[in-house]
Design a protein around this ligand. Sequence first.
Ligand code: 6CS
Length: 389
Amino acid sequence: MMKKTGLITGALSLSLVLAACGGNDEGNVNEDNNGADNNAGGDEEAADGEAADVEPQQWRFVVEETQGQVQYVYAEEFAELVSEKSDGALEIDVYEFGALGSEVDQVEQLTDGIVEFAIISPGFTGTLVPEGNIFALQFLFTDDQEVNQDILNESEAINEHLAARYEEQGIMPLSFWTEGAMQWTGNSELRTPDDFQGFQMRTQESPLILESYRAYGASPTAMSWGELYTGLQQGAVDGQENPIFFIADANFNEVQDHMTISNHNMYVTMTTVNPDFYNGLDDATRDIIDEATEEMRQRGFDIQEEQNEEFLAQIEDDDENPTEIYELSEDERDAFRELAIPVRDIYRDEEGGEEGEMILDMLEEEIADMSGEDPTETDGDTEENEDEE
Ligand code: 6CS
């Protein structure tokens, strides 16, 4: 059985839930609180003994995952850092997925200022910020997650140009980070593009994710992950893509017989903040948020790495729900890569528009510079594996 919380949607449910969760029941979460209620950690010593002197405030941070999963652990640690750095004056309540609605509802809660912080995956913003569809492009980044994280940290295309497009829509990305390589699961094996013919693939919302699977011959359907276990169980969809930790922790392996180690893309997400809220903060408070964001870059990477390793072992050892795990060879991956690369033209010509074209060109160059790999190559050859041949 699926163990996850069901979705509660609609404005009425949201305000009831927020009140019940013990947040600021005055409703204006941006208003400074007067200390007594919200300075619960105020007597604690800051970890480094150098806590900044800032006005007490209480904020909300919503994530797309449930307790124990990567985003939730990240947000809890982020909240702890902010509390320590402010000597308990800044308190962040973390809301797990399902507490405030669907992933798409959560985007709206951030832009409306109902929550101050959110972890938002570009897979749910493709209509609002078309340039963000760039992360739907398969085989664009490298197979090395550390290199990919460095690119996400340092890329001008992403952190300046793409971030500006998000900010225009009321979403300020503080950092872009990976939750690991994505793999396919299915109720049948997925080894060649032929295996995708007519395959009902569940995806997130962004239009280019669906296009990417159409390029393989699949029939993709967008769906919230809150409905995915049942969708897979009842055959509404045949398969899905996700990092390994998520496949196992959401129990998708219980209702899927096959998992393909395809590494066709990485799962990118963003730590975001409401721009009006952030720009309205005093410098000392903003510095605390910025410092916590920087410190969480490596932690976020480590959390996903640990969970992805641990949960692979769990899927392999689950005798009650056996999963046939198949790792694609480089030649098999090339067959998908060849079909995936032309999807970049859809991004350039349609989804991303002129700005998107510039962002993708710049990002391809940055990837080539930082990895020594040419992301425009169709045969997957890299300087490294050419040397090995
Ligand atoms: O597949 C999804 O939609 C979910 N996957 C992850 C790794 N995080 C949250 C997201 O909603």
